[in-house]
Design a protein around this ligand. Structure first.
Ligand SMILES: NC(=O)c1ccc[n+]([C@@H]2O[C@H](COP(=O)([O-])OP(=O)(O)OC[C@H]3O[C@@H](n4cnc5c(N)ncnc54)[C@H](OP(=O)(O)O)[C@@H]3O)[C@@H](O)[C@H]2O)c1
Length: 283
C-alpha cells in the first residue's frame, strides 16, 4: 500500500524546483496530484513547465493534472481550490509552495515590492488553506503544508560569506516569518479536526533556478547545499504524519523520524538526512 493512495493533492509552484520535486514524490506514493503555477508555458530563461511535470508523472504511472493562476492576484486565486478539485475530486492535501522574492535592502523595499511578496507568500497560502478547509473538515481531515525559509530568522547560515545577501533577503524573510506564525496558530486550531498544518523549510540551500544567484556560495561552502530530494522526503512525512503546528527544517524532520531519502520516483533509497547535494547538477 502506497502512503498516499486515494489522496488528492494540490502543489502550488510545481512547474519546477522544490514544488516539482514534492509533486513527483507524492505522486510516486499514489497521490493524484494537481500542479499549479502562474503560467503553463515556457517563459524567459526559466526551464520547466507545468505540462512537462504532468508528463513526467504520467510517464511514471502516476496521476497528474494542472491549473494556472497568478497567486499574487487575489482574483485569480479566488477559485483555485474549486478548479483543482474538478480534476480528481476534493483536495485533501494542500502544499503551499509557490513564493517570490524581491531582493532589496530592508531600507529600500518599497510598498509595491512588499505588497507583492505579502500577497504571494502570506495571503495566498492562507486564502488557499481557507478555501480547502471546509471540505477537509467535512471529509474528516487533511494536510496543509506551507513551504517556509530559514531566512524567516536573520541568517548566520547559509549566507555567512555574503553580508549583502544576508541583508537583501530580509524583506522576503519577513513574509516567511509571518507565514510561520500563522501556520502555528492554524495548526493548533485545526488539529482537533484531524487537519495537520505545518511549515517546512530547506535546512540550507536547494539549488533551484530561483537559488541560482547563490550557486557560487554553494561551491565555496558545499555543506550549505542540500539535494531537492531532502525537501521532497520531508514533505512526504509532513503530508502523511500526524504533526501539527510544527515549523521545521528538511534534514531535522527526516532525521528525527528516521526516514530514508528516496529518489523522486520513489524507487531508490539515496541516503539519509546527511545526504549531500551535487552542486553542479543542482535540482
Ligand atoms: N531554493 C531554496 O534554496 C529555498 C530556500 C528557502 C525557501 N525556499 C522556498 O521554497 C519554495 C520553492 O522555491 P524554489 O526555489 O523551488 O522556487 P522556483 O524554482 O522559483 O519555483 C517557483 C515556483 O512557483 C511558481 N510561481 C512563482 N510565482 C508565482 C505566482 N505569482 N503565482 C503562481 N505561481 C508562482 C513558479 O512558476 P511560474 O513562474 O510559472 O509561476 C514555480 O513553479 C518557495 O516557497 C521558496 O520560498 C526555497
Amino acid at each position: 500500500m502506497q502512503k498516499c493512495e486515494g489522496r488528492t493533492v494540490l502543489v502550488t509552484g510545481a512547474s519546477r524546483g522544490i514544488g516539482r520535486a514534492i509533486a513527483r514524490r507524492l505522486a510516486a506514493e499514489g497521490a493524484s496530484v494537481v500542479l499549479s503555477a502562474s503560467r503553463s508555458g515556457v517563459h524567459g530563461k526559466l526551464v520547466g513547465t507545468l505540462d512537462e511535470v504532468v508528463d513526467e508523472i504520467r510517464a511514471g504511472g502516476g496521476r497528474a493534472g494542472a491549473v494556472t493562476a497568478d497567486l499574487s492576484n487575489v482574483n485569480e486565486r479566488s477559485d483555485l481550490i474549486h478548479r483543482a478539485s474538478e480534476l480528481f475530486g476534493p483536495i485533501d492535501t494542500l502544499v503551499n509552495n509557490a513564493a517570490g522574492a524581491r531582493m532589496k535592502l530592508p531600507s529600500q523595499a518599497n510598498h509595491e515590492d512588499r505588497s507583492f511578496m505579502y500577497e504571494l507568500n502570506v495571503n495566498a497560502p492562507i486564502d488557499l488553506a481557507q478555501q480547502a478547509i471546509p471540505s477537509m473538515r467535512t471529509r474528516g481531515g487533511g494536510w496543509i503544508l506551507n513551504i517556509s525559509s530559514a531566512s524567516a530568522r536573520q541568517p548566520a547560515l547559509p549566507y555567512r560569506d555574503s553580508k549583502d545577501a544576508a541583508l537583501v533577503i530580509g524583506p522576503y524573510g519577513a513574509t516567511k516569518a509571518a507565514l510561520d506564525r500563522y501556520t502555528i496558530a492554524l495548526g493548533h486550531e485545526l488539529v482537533e479536526h484531524e487537519i495537520f498544518v505545518n511549515a517546512l523549510a530547506p535546512t540550507s540551500i536547494v539549488l533551484t533556478q530561483a537559488a541560482e544567484y547563490v550557486r557560487d556560495i554553494g561551491r565555496r561552502n558545499p555543506d550549505m547545499v542540500e539535494p531537492v530530494e531532502m525537501m521532497a522526503e520531508a514533505a512526504l512525512e509532513l503530508c502523511t504524519g500526524r504533526h501539527a503546528g510544527l515549523i521545521t527544517f528538511s534534514r531535522d524532520i527526516v532525521h528525527s523520524t528516521g526516514r530514508k531519502v528516496h529518489s523522486l520516483d520513489g524507487t531508490r533509497v539515496l541516503g539519509d538526512a546527511f545526504l549531500e547535494a551535487d552542486i553542479e547538477a543542482g535540482e
